[in-house]
Design a protein around this ligand. Structure first.
Ligand code: GLU
Length: 472
């Protein structure tokens, strides 16, 4: 935690900076800023020794300007109401920026999943869902949770199953949560989506030659030296795509227990295998392991991707950060005080509410898939395949040469669900960066991408209130 202000106050500071550039009244801006509904509750967990543990949990819905509200659920030993409120608020702005038609929400259960058996976690998850259902804090048109820190597909499957059991015959019930396993109504590409989105965000930023010149960097992501903090779902996939599709070099990975460093570049798939076999990235062969994991963030590099938790870059360490670009894979990794220091050092910060919006973007696609009860692309796949093949035959006729079967198979295959998901995600990230960049270039008061992002979001949310005619 930052010494001076809470996480929610930090978010409010960013909002206030951007809000002061807009023309909206204080009343309207206040309505946008505060959390609409905060549900804080406890429930009992019976333990094997006959005792009972009381578990603390929350669901916060920040804005109902669009429904359902949307946002992940985190399981963490240190989490409080302020943090859930901050994360719920960030979801509102995140959804608005990428034009995903949801309000923002977030949930949390105060547990360390490492201390519980899978059966206990299932029980906790089902009980949490039960409580949310009873209070109307979950539902396909009400509030739709998703994975976050400490949760994944397994928990989402339990949530969908519990909600469906409590709503028999409700045909859209599996749309009550996203990030589910494919067999339970999930969508291909959701697991990778946040990390893939981080990669697209960085790639897009690196394509602006003028910005790169100002940072003293070459244009393009290829060859960039990257440090990643966090090797969970977001950090792992961001690193993987930057390396495999961007040709960048991952020179260090910092985890909670240690960091590994290899200047020539780490092989992300091999590191993941090592971690899965040994329970830690520690002692990965060919790399240097250090235990002072925070110091890895301060190493010489081009890009730093904090993809762990909030408040990692503070006024305490910001001065020692050497990265020229910071891409926020996590929510709230940089405090406003740290940001000030970094901006003075001319560091380009690609903010969380844009950079990690790939997750909720693909959650939106999953929700649409669930509501339409059909795999995306199912009806058009073969039609497209034949259309592509017909074009190839026409080209053959024109050039008087025949394509090989291999070439034909590559082109004429028809898009499947993953193709649509990834292309929708890529388009969202690319178009959004271009809009935010343009806002920064054309509005003198907008001096960085974070303020551009908050400004863009506030204007969109304000408009939907204005159009309801509540505010003059
Ligand atoms: N927990 C993720 C986030 O912070 C995903 C939210 C969602 O998919 O609804 O953006």
């Amino acid at each position: 935690m930052n010494n001076h202000t809470s996480f929610f106050e930090n978010v409010l500071r960013y909002v206030d900076r951007a809000a002061s550039i807009t023309k909206y009244s204080k009343g309207l801006l206040d309505q946008i800023k505060h959390c609409n509904s905060v549900y804080s509750f406890e429930f009992p967990l019976p333990l094997p020794d006959g005792k009972v543990e009381v578990i603390k949990a929350w669901r916060v819905e920040h804005s109902h300007h669009k429904l359902p509200t949307k946002g992940g659920i985190r399981y963490a030993p240190i989490v409080d109401e302020d943090e859930v409120k901050a994360l719920a608020a960030l979801m509102t702005y995140k959804c608005a920026i990428v034009d995903v038609p949801f309000g923002g929400a977030k949930g949390a259960i105060q547990i360390d999943p490492k201390n519980y058996t899978p059966e206990q976690i299932e029980r906790i998850t089902r009980r949490y869902t039960h409580e949310l259902t009873k209070k109307n804090f979950i539902g396909p048109g009400v509030d739709v949770p998703a994975p976050d820190y400490g949760t994944g597909e397994r928990e989402m499957a339990w949530i969908a199953d519990t909600y469906s059991a409590m709503n028999p015959g409700v045909i859209d019930s599996i749309a009550c949560v996203t990030g589910k396993p494919i067999s339970q109504g999930g969508i291909r590409g959701r697991r990778e989506a946040t990390g893939r989105g981080v990669f697209y965000a960085l790639r897009e930023a690196c394509m602006v030659a003028e910005d790169m010149k100002q940072l003293g960097l070459e244009p393009g992501i290829a060859g960039k030296r990257i440090i990643v903090q966090g090797f969970g779902n977001v950090g792992y996939h961001a690193a993987k795509f930057c390396q495999e599709e961007g040709d960048a070099r991952i020179i260090a990975i910092a985890e909670y227990d240690c960091a590994i460093i290899k200047e020539e570049g780490l092989d992300i798939e091999k590191v993941a295998r090592h971690r899965n076999e040994n329970g830690s990235i520690s002692n990965y062969p060919g790399a240097r392991t250090i235990t002072d994991t925070m110091s890895a963030l301060e190493m010489e590099c081009d890009v730093l991707i904090p993809a762990a938790l909030e408040n990692q870059i503070t006024e305490e360490n910001a001065n020692r950060i050497k990265a020229r670009i910071i891409v926020e894979g996590a929510n709230g990794p940089t405090t406003p005080a740290a940001e000030q220091i970094l901006l003075e050092k001319n560091v380009l910060i690609i903010p969380d509410i844009y950079a990690n919006a790939g997750g909720v973007t693909v959650s939106y696609f999953e929700w649409l898939k669930n509501l339409s009860h059909v795999r995306i692309g199912r009806m058009g796949k073969r039609y497209e395949q034949f259309a592509e093949l017909r074009q190839m035959r026409m080209i053959e006729n024109l050039i008087g040469k025949q394509f090989t079967d291999e070439d034909l198979a590559k082109v004429g295959r028809g898009p499947d669900e993953l193709d649509f998901v990834n292309s929708g995600l890529e388009d969202t990230m690319v178009v959004t960066y271009q809009r935010l960049h343009e806002l920064k270039q054309t509005t003198p008061q907008i001096t960085d991408i974070r303020i551009a992002a908050f400004y863009d979001a506030i204007v969109k949310v304000a408009r939907s209130y204005e159009e309801l005619g509540i505010f003059p």
